[in-house]
Design a protein around this ligand. Structure first.
Ligand code: ADP
Ligand code: MG
Length: 398
């Protein structure tokens, strides 16, 4: 079901209105309170700009970290307010409460051209239980609701789903719309050839994605440690590689039912342990030494995956090809990222979903060369599993 979007609203529905915007400002922060990655803050700015340009007054809600339903100074959004202000060039007023008369008063007093950021929604006791009373109070903070927090849309919380039932219109912001268009487009109407690449450590975490994608793709390329569980199912020994013994039968079933679409790495980068990169070497997949483990796809596999990506019109990637945090085991992941960037240049739609894959692409400075890098780790995974996200479902239908 298509959802109503911020862009579909006439300007008159925004002008002078208190626009309650749920953002995902849950950014990583170091011990001294510095934001170490501002990607999510930057990704939120277009929606704020869109509202401000039309005379709307953005009232921002976000969660931050995991406080347990009560105020905790370690998780105040105050430092995020400062970063948001310096990045967007508008004054950001910070309010130390969220669901109080004081907060509601602040929304009415917000001057035009400024942004009001309310304190962490997870300081509120009814947030994670999606308490209806809390949702009703949050609804008093605005005249309409915009959800731009794709990264939190898989949670049915008061500030994501609950409030959308209490305050209308309830629409998708620009980032949410973009996420749904790209991820939804890949699932519903991909241009062929459609190549998906799945990696990461565990089959168990990705099984529903594999099942959802297999009937839709022309090729599903497997990397990461999950390749080893498939190898086991094929009868190969994998040494000390990460294997999920309780998923071997499932891996066998997937191999048997997927025809030629499921593609496994034919060579592997192995070493005694992941800190022993200087002794890493390539072996065929049926020759992984008993005292070593696979930490990356091999260079031959990286080349053939790059060729498959080059010939695709839609490429969807979730999960690194190896232990990309520790070179030289980043080579397979980087090869996929580069091949996707080149493929974008040649007109393919390229989509990266998953927290670690997105971090790898950003680290390689290739994010701008992808059609879309999802800001939602868990949310994009659940979306790709074909699940309905509660934060999306609660929005008004288009
Ligand atoms: P994403 O966040 O993109 O969905 P995952 O969280 O599923 O990705 O997987 C990422 C993790 O998988 C990384 O920490 C990486 O080190 C690990 N990983 C990938 N390949 C291997 C491997 N061969 N052995 C051990 N860990 C691996
Ligand atoms: Mg991850």
């Amino acid at each position: 079901m298509k959802k109503k979007t911020l862009r579909s609203l006439p300007d008159s529905q925004l002008c002078s209105k208190r626009v309650l915007v749920r953002l995902d400002l849950n950014v990583p922060i170091d011990d001294s309170g510095h934001v170490t990655d501002d990607t999510r803050i930057r990704a939120s700015i277009p929606t704020l700009e869109y509202i401000l340009k039309r005379g709307g007054r953005p009232i921002v809600l976000s969660h931050f970290g995991r406080p347990k339903g009560k105020p905790d100074p370690r998780y105040t959004l105050q430092p995020v307010a400062d970063v948001l202000e310096s990045l967007c060039g508008h004054r950001v007023v910070f309010c130390e409460t969220t669901d109080t008369d004081e907060a509601i008063k602040a929304t009415h007093e917000l001057p035009h051209g400024e942004i009001l950021l309310l304190e962490n929604t997870r300081f509120l006791v009814g947030e994670e239980s999606n308490d209806e009373g809390l949702a009703r109070t949050l609804a008093e903070l605005g005249d309409l609701f915009v959800n731009d927090a794709f990264g939190a849309a898989h949670r049915a919380h008061a500030s994501t789903a609950g409030v959308a039932h209490q305050l209308h219109p309830a629409v998708a912001g620009l980032l949410m719309e973009r996420e749904l268009d790209y991820l939804g487009g890949a699932l519903a109407d991909p241009k062929h050839p459609f190549v998906a690449i799945l990696g990461g450590s565990k089959i168990s975490g990705k099984i529903d994605v594999i099942r959802e994608l297999l009937p839709k793709v022309d090729a599903l390329l497997i990397g990461g440690a999950m390749a080893c569980t498939f190898y086991k199912a094929m009868g190969y020994e994998v040494g000390n590689s990460l294997v999920e013994p309780d998923r071997i039968d499932l891996a066998r079933e997937l191999i048997d039912t997927s025809g030629t679409r499921l593609i496994l790495p034919h060579d592997a980068m192995v070493a005694r342990n992941m800190d022993d990169g200087s002794n890493a070497h390539t072996v065929k997949r049926d020759a992984i030494p008993a005292d070593e483990a696979m930490f990356d796809i091999g260079p031959g596999t990286a080349q053939s995956y790059a060729r498959a990506i080059a010939s695709a019109k839609t490429v969807l990637w979730n999960g690194p090809m190896g232990v990309f945090e520790k070179p030289p085991f980043d080579a397979g992941t980087l090869a996929v990222a580069r091949a996707m960037a080149d493929s974008t240049d040649h007109g393919a739609i390229t989509i990266v979903g998953g927290g670690d894959s997105a971090a790898a692409v950003t680290g390689a400075r290739l994010a701008a060369r992808m059609s879309h890098v999802s800001t939602g780790g868990g949310a994009s995974l659940e979306f790709l599993e074909g699940k309905e996200l509660p934060g999306v479902a609660a929005l008004d239908d288009a």
